[in-house]
Design a protein around this ligand. Structure first.
Ligand code: B1M
Length: 213
């Protein structure tokens, strides 16, 4: 019988949310440190999922299941983690740009970032440039992430970066852009600091951006 860490890692990989919650609760009950559960079981599980996603061995539905499984376990861990402890890498403010209601991919990115150790403030969908700016003022994130799925809403990314500049906040935060119609060259052209094509890459991009900061 594999130990509980291995079991929990495996159920994250296969996306069994009920088993992940049960195992996490059992481990907490017998006094395993929340940080250890996170670092020795949940994160390694998501690392495997991220690698499989990149290599094309698993696809969005499986990734969503694993991300939700991770999220469910994280909800149980959160009250036990000291303030800020689970957000060791800093805060990311993320949202889908104004006029755009697509949020599945953005939420997946948010979950993966949270699973990787960032604190995430998820502003939801149809976020105006003004709301992004207000959130940067309030939360002082290390990264502002914008998602867009519609070609018609892409210009809102540029507007948001302009609004950050006008508010004198552009140099205080790294900007990351993503979403199906966004390309690396588009992201560079609009003045973003980082781009990623999918949620697994988003974690690597975000970690790279904070190393550069
Ligand atoms: Co709509 N939709 N949709 N839609 N929809 C698309 C995007 C579309 C390509 C379908 C099509 O025509 N083939 C098309 C856009 C065409 C275009 O602009 N070129 C389209 C359209 C036209 C529309 C409407 C206008 C339809 C209408 O009403 N006539 C309308 C617009 C509503 C609005 O936003 N104002 C609309 C509505 C909807 C639903 C509400 C029904 C639903 C959204 C539900 C929801 O999100 N809660 C929906 C859906 C589901 C889709 C498709 C089918 C799937 C999108 C999705 O969730 N993909 C989509 C077609 C498609 O993409 N195949 C389509 C799965 C998701 C995991 O991937 O979002 O790409 P994705 O996220 C990836 C990466 O892009 C990246 O990582 C994610 C995970 O790997 N990523 C980031 C995303 N954000 C990131 C941020 C980052 C980094 C990476 O850093 C910050």
């Amino acid at each position: 019988m594999p130990d509980q860490f291995t079991q929990l890692r495996e159920v994250v990989i296969i996306g069994d949310g009920e088993a992940a919650k049960r195992l996490t609760a059992e481990m907490l009950e017998v006094g395993v440190a929340p940080r250890e559960i996170l670092e020795a079981a949940l994160l390694p599980g998501m690392d495997v999922v991220g690698a499989r996603m990149r290599s094309g061995e698993c696809f969005i539905p499986e990734v969503l299941l694993s991300a939700r499984t991770m999220q469910g376990a994280l909800e149980l861990l959160k009250p036990h983690l000291a303030e800020g402890e689970s957000a060791g890498l800093g805060t990311v403010v993320i949202g889908t740009v104004e006029g755009d209601l697509h949020d599945i991919g953005k939420n997946l990115v948010a979950m993966m970032l949270e699973g990787a150790g960032f604190g995430v403030v998820n502003l939801g969908t149809s976020v105006t440039p003004e709301r992004f700016v207000a959130a940067v003022k309030e939360h002082r994130p290390v990264i502002l992430g914008m998602s867009a799925l519609l070609t018609t809403t892409l210009p809102k990314m540029r507007e948001t970066i302009g609004a950050l500049r006008e508010a004198g906040l552009r140099d205080s935060v790294k900007v990351m852009a993503g979403g199906a119609p966004v390309t690396l060259s588009y992201a560079e052209e609009l003045g973003a600091d980082g781009y990623s094509a999918n949620a697994a890459m988003a974690v690597e991009t975000a970690k790279g951006l904070i190393r550069k900061a």
